[in-house]
Design a protein around this ligand. Structure first.
Ligand code: GDP
Length: 455
């Protein structure tokens, strides 16, 4: 007979991940923290003797710790492997990170490299300056501020100084952080699309040229798609199907069609789409198919006017933005950016905007607020009657994020006129600042669904 184990009935024991470059004293700190319990764990038959994980008690509070150094080995060249699977998993699982540095050495280049990688981690982090018992250490504490995680705390892993205070602080932090906030941030998928020669592959290069952190190629979902992964200001990003962008050459019959399909696939996988438009072809080229497809799939969209360095009237920014806005007026929520991949003008801003749009897509609106806005919208502009019947919006709820998806329960979906739908959409966008992304609005008959609503 099989036994059903309910993993979720176990109380959550917060996990402390100890990270840092080799030889700063990670395992000494790990041993110090877990000292009381390590022997006990070893003695129990059947317990996994994973020496990198340990348990501890602090004033009756159960905690776990993991020494990521033990997962890696302590070879200096392995610092770059901090992102290795085992370490990555340990960090993802952790509720709090201790970033251990050497209090005597002060911050070193490898510490800065690790700091850059840790910046994308959502969990709370404490910089722990070890070897605090050594006299010279006391003069360096302020220098660790430069790592970007606030003031460091001194400890001596060997002698135990400062460890009690550190544990107090850890307990305070893990007690305060709600579970939702600990979730790892999602990667932001970006599709770069547009007509041949607008500068798509140049933009890929300009973006990657800006980055000093990890860049790697990962296989995409389709067989020959290659995605490129990078970190921008602490945000993990993926350029979707960079192989499709880089594929150059003459456009032959059938190829154009193929590349359109390819762009569609990329859009479907994207959180944010960069639709590139050549500043010299503003009035001639039509990319409305692409923008329409983005809209249909409720993805984020940024209209990127590229080759801005070649513009004759660079002072005419407003004019250009207005023209683009007009051409793409069916996606009025899509912002316009001006870029040059040659001078890099606007490239950083574009990525920052993408981060913003991705965050908008993750936004969760409390049901009560949502209904307040819908009610107000309906009151100030009531739906027109159709066939002597009037649409009634009974109740709304946000069913999903990314894309933001709203379900509106109504008396009769056949009474939802296109223009009234657009009106409600605009009201939602305005009230909740839903800019830069397509949203979904699904209308349902309340009686059909037999929902019982309690507000
Ligand atoms: P793709 O077909 O969309 O990938 O376009 P490419 O990136 O290959 O660029 C097409 C041509 O435009 C190349 O000769 C680029 O050097 C040039 N180009 C791309 N971006 C810019 C830009 O911002 N300014 C200027 N002046 N030229 C650009």
């Amino acid at each position: 007979m099989s036994q059903v184990v309910d993993l979720y009935s176990e109380p959550h024991v917060p996990l402390i991940a100890i990270v840092g470059r080799p030889n700063v004293g990670k395992s000494a700190l790990f041993n110090r923290l877990t000292r009381t319990r390590a022997a006990l764990v070893e003695d129990l038959p059947g317990t996994t003797r994973d020496r990198n994980y340990g348990e501890l008690d602090w004033n009756g509070r159960r905690l776990r710790a993991v020494d990521t150094g033990g997962l890696l080995g302590e070879e200096p060249e392995e610092i770059g492997l901090l992102v290795q699977d085992a370490v990555k998993r340990a960090i993802e699982e952790a509720d709090i990170l201790l970033f251990v540095v050497d209090g005597v050495d002060g911050p070193t280049e490898p510490d800065y490299e690790i700091a850059a990688m840790l910046r994308r981690i959502a969990q709370p982090l404490i910089v722990v300056a070890n070897k605090g018992d050594v006299k010279q250490a006391s003069e360096r504490l302020d220098e660790f501020y430069a790592l970007g995680f606030g003031t460091a705390r001194f400890v001596s892993a060997i002698h135990g100084n400062g460890v009690a205070d550190l544990l107090d602080e850890i307990c305070e932090v893990v007690a305060e952080t709600p579970i939702e906030e600990r979730k790892e941030e999602r990667k932001i998928n970006i599709a770069i699309v547009g007509r041949p020669n607008v500068g798509k592959s140049s933009l890929v290069n300009a973006i990657l040229g800006e980055q000093r952190t990890i860049v790697s190629s990962i296989p995409g979902t389709t067989r020959d798609a290659i995605d490129t992964y990078f970190v921008f200001e602490g945000h993990e990003m993926v350029l979707v199907d960079t192989a499709g962008i880089r594929r150059r050459g003459r456009v032959e019959r059938g190829v154009e069609r193929h590349s359109v399909q390819r762009a569609d696939r990329a859009i479907e996988r994207a959180d944010v789409v960069f639709l590139l438009i050549d500043q010299g072809e503003l009035l001639t080229a039509q990319d409305t198919h692409i923008a329409g497809y983005v809209q249909k799939n409720a993805r984020g969209l940024i209209l990127v006017v590229n080759k801005w360095d070649l513009a004759e009237e660079r002072s005419e920014r407003h004019n250009v933005v207005r023209q683009v806005d007009h051409r793409y007026r069916f996606v009025p929520w899509a912002p316009v950016m001006l870029t040059s991949t040659v001078t890099s003008e606007g490239v950083r801003d574009l990525l920052e905007l993408a981060v913003h749009v991705a965050a908008v897509r993750e936004h969760r609106i409390p049901t009560a607020e949502l209904n307040r806005v819908i009610r107000k919208a309906v009151t100030s502009h009531s739906p027109p009657t159709m066939r002597h019947k009037r649409l009634k919006v009974l109740y709304a709820t946000q069913a999903e994020v990314a894309p933001p998806t709203f379900v509106l329960f109504v008396n009769d979906t056949s009474l939802v006129h296109f223009s009234y739908r657009r009106y409600l959409e605009n009201q939602l966008r305005e009230a909740f600042e839903l800019d830069g992304t397509g949203i979904r609005m699904i209308f349902r008959n309340r009686s059909e669904d037999r929902v019982e609503v309690s507000v």
